[in-house]
Design a protein around this ligand. Structure first.
Ligand SMILES: Nc1ncnc2c1ncn2[C@@H]1O[C@H](COP(=O)(O)OP(=O)(O)OP(=O)(O)O)[C@@H](O)[C@H]1O
Length: 623
């Protein structure tokens, strides 16, 4: 994650910020409009007060016409009140449009996570990148959010500078009368330029110092992220009920305390942040604010001297001091913002590196034929596969054709390639060599989303969510309650369903609701099977579907297997060979290759075969 420290050129900085801004605009145009309307309005309105209060003071110090003073005061009050009202309305619009900002940003990232090729999620560097992006955002809004703030600050600042400069210009051009004696030096163009340059120099020093302090903090982003991650891990252990028992037995809380509450740790009182604040960061920030005081001093002296010498009246003093201070603030902010945008550009680059991770699964465009007869023929032709980054073949030269509507059992020792075979069939990965054909066409040529619709899979490590039972089964919020109930009953969940306090609306697990129910591993497996049945896809794949079931539930599933599967083509992975007897064909995997195929009886006749060895190993405990 050293990318946090990369510093981009100004041009690269502009490009990447522009891309980020357009990304927001494309997705949330109204939010961008509302935010811009507000900042433009806020940048302009203070000048109303500055301008009219100067007129009032001018009148008080000059003609003192009560009618005119009354008129000016009322007009100023009215304009300020109307301006505040418009500001409030614009604020409201902006707040409504910007609600859930983190969710909006998270959505951009999550969509990539959900859509990206499955293989990309296996790459540690991609996951580290995602984690760093989230950490950067959480620590100081670095990344997409910062772009919004910076671009808006830039726009606001430009308006402030232009507005302030137009009111300030006459400060430098107004002439002191000849009668002012030595003060006429204030009319000398060289003197005026010198003062303007000193002011400009002082203006620039403050943000440069602040920028230096900022750069120190940016350089700590990686340490900050690691500190945050450690804090999130160790700091929340007490809250993690799954670890609570072990923590108590071994008093692991003491070690965690050491990592989390250590004074030397990242955020501790002797940690790196504290040291920087005491040292260079504190020094630069103090310097920046001191310089700002110097500027105000110079501005006051110059403006007052000119007024004293008779270049303008009292009213103009307040106007000039206010406007020149605004110009000063504007230029300071401009420099700080540009610096900030440059620092943020490295974080934005990480966001785009993540969003630009190439996806290959979506290149196919052929429609998967919708067949009512469910006659989908699948063939593995010379398929070999290596996991990304692995030198070993998880599958080697696999050839097999599925018979439509039949039940295929896949068996083999641990690590022989059974699950990998399923993952390739479902296009979670593409073969390294060879091809998989659906109705004679390479599956890579099909539209990916459509292809995925023809499979229902219960993976070994399936996951259910802390959502209502019905939504878990249907995998959507709008579902057919009758069909969900039917699927649950087929999966052997009927009796448990009857005990669910709110039926299908009962929430699984207790994370988010008191009324949620805890379920056992076996019950979870039945729900996962029901989810596969509800999808009603032409292929049903069950990877160790009864591993967590009690013997009665397991027997029930086997008895009803034909009914459960119906006319679908079924693939069934199991280590319990006795349960494969009812399959039409068994494929035996060994070291990533199919070494035997046949029925249970035919395979047993080959006494030198792997199947026989596996069968014997298991059978001895049951005889
Ligand atoms: N994501 C992965 N990255 C790298 N190698 C992997 C990955 N997943 C599995 N493998 C390796 O691929 C080989 C086949 O694994 P696979 O999960 O297909 O075996 P399996 O037959 O399903 O095993 P089991 O019976 O234990 O479930 C194993 O050597 C495994 O270590």
């Amino acid at each position: 994650m050293s990318q946090n420290k990369q510093r981009l050129s100004w041009l690269e900085m502009l490009k990447v910020n522009q891309r980020a801004y357009l990304l927001f605009y494309k997705r949330y145009p109204r939010m961008i409009l509302s935010r811009f309307a507000l900042i433009i309005w806020k940048a302009l309105t203070p000048y109303v007060g500055i301008y009219f209060s100067a007129l009032i003071i001018e009148e008080l110090a000059g003609a003192k016409n009560p009618g005119r003073i009354r008129f000016l005061v009322l007009l100023t009050l009215f304009l300020i009140a109307a301006g505040s009202l418009v500001t409030a309305l614009l604020e409201k619009w902006k707040n409504v449009q910007s609600a859930g900002m983190w969710l909006k940003i998270k959505k951009i990232l999550s969509e990539k996570l959900f859509e990206t090729d499955y293989v990309n999620l296996n790459e540690t560097k991609n996951m580290e990148l995602y984690s760093a992006i989230c950490q950067n955002h959480n620590s100081a809004g670095w990344g997409l959010y910062r772009t919004l703030e910076d671009c808006e600050a830039l726009c606001q600042t430009v308006i402030v500078i232009l507005g302030g400069a137009s009111l300030t210009l006459s400060l430098f051009t107004s002439q002191v009368p000849e009668s002012a004696g030595k003060y006429t030096i204030l009319n000398n163009p060289l003197f005026v330029i010198l003062i303007a340059l000193i002011m400009l120099a002082v203006t620039c020093i403050s943000p440069v110092l602040a920028g230096k302090a900022g750069r120190y903090l940016t350089s700590l982003a990686d340490i900050h992220n690691l500190g945050n991650r450690m804090f999130s891990y160790y700091g929340h252990l007490g809250y993690d009920t799954k670890k609570a028992a072990d923590m108590r037995i071994y008093r692991q809380d003491k070690i965690c305390e050491k990592y989390n509450l250590n004074k030397e740790s990242t955020f501790g009182s002797r940690g790196v942040f504290a040291r920087y604040q005491k040292g260079p960061v504190g020094f630069y920030l103090a310097g920046a604010s001191a310089v700002s005081g110097i500027f105000t001093g110079i501005a006051y002296v110059f403006v007052c001297l000119k007024a004293w010498a008779g270049a303008f009246g009292l009213g103009a003093v307040t106007r000039y001091v206010a406007s020149i201070t605004r110009v000063y603030g504007g230029i300071s902010t401009l420099i700080t913002t540009m610096e900030d945008m440059r620092s943020n550009a490295a974080f934005l680059n990480m966001v785009f590196e993540f969003l630009d991770i190439p996806d290959h699964m979506y290149q196919g465009s052929l429609t998967v034929e919708k067949r009512n007869d469910r006659k989908y023929e699948v063939e593995f032709r010379n398929v070999s596969f290596q996991y990304p980054g692995s030198q070993e073949y998880a599958l080697k030269d696999v050839n097999i054709k599925f018979e439509i509507g039949k039940k295929l059992a896949v068996v083999g020792m641990n690590g022989s390639g059974k699950t990998t075979f399923i993952k390739l069939l479902c296009r979670l990965y593409d073969p390294t060599e060879g091809e998989i054909l659906l109705n004679g066409i390479d599956i890579r040529k099909y539209n990916y989303r459509e292809y995925m619709t023809i499979f229902s899979v219960v993976f070994q490590d399936f996951k259910l969510f802390s959502l209502p039972l019905g939504e878990n089964v249907a995998a959507r919020t709008n579902y057919d309650r009758e069909l969900v109930t039917e699927a649950l009953e087929k999966a052997g969940f009927k009796q448990r369903l009857a005990k669910m306090p709110h039926g299908l609306s009962t929430c699984l697990y207790k994370e988010y609701t008191e009324s949620g129910v805890s379920i056992s591993g076996g019950e979870a497996q039945k729900i996962a099977i029901a989810r596969a049945l509800y999808k009603n896809a032409p292929f049903i794949i069950l990877d160790e579907p009864t591993a967590s079931l009690d013997p009665v539930a397991e027997a029930e599933i086997y008895e009803k297997f034909a009914e459960i599967v119906g006319d679908r083509t079924a693939i069934y992975i199991s280590h319990r060979l006795s349960s494969c007897k009812f399959c039409d064909k068994i494929a035996v995997f060994h070291h990533g290759t199919i070494v035997q195929t046949g029925t249970h009886q035919s395979l047993l006749t080959d006494q030198t075969g792997i199947y026989h060895t596996l069968w014997q190993a298991q059978a001895q405990y049951y005889t």
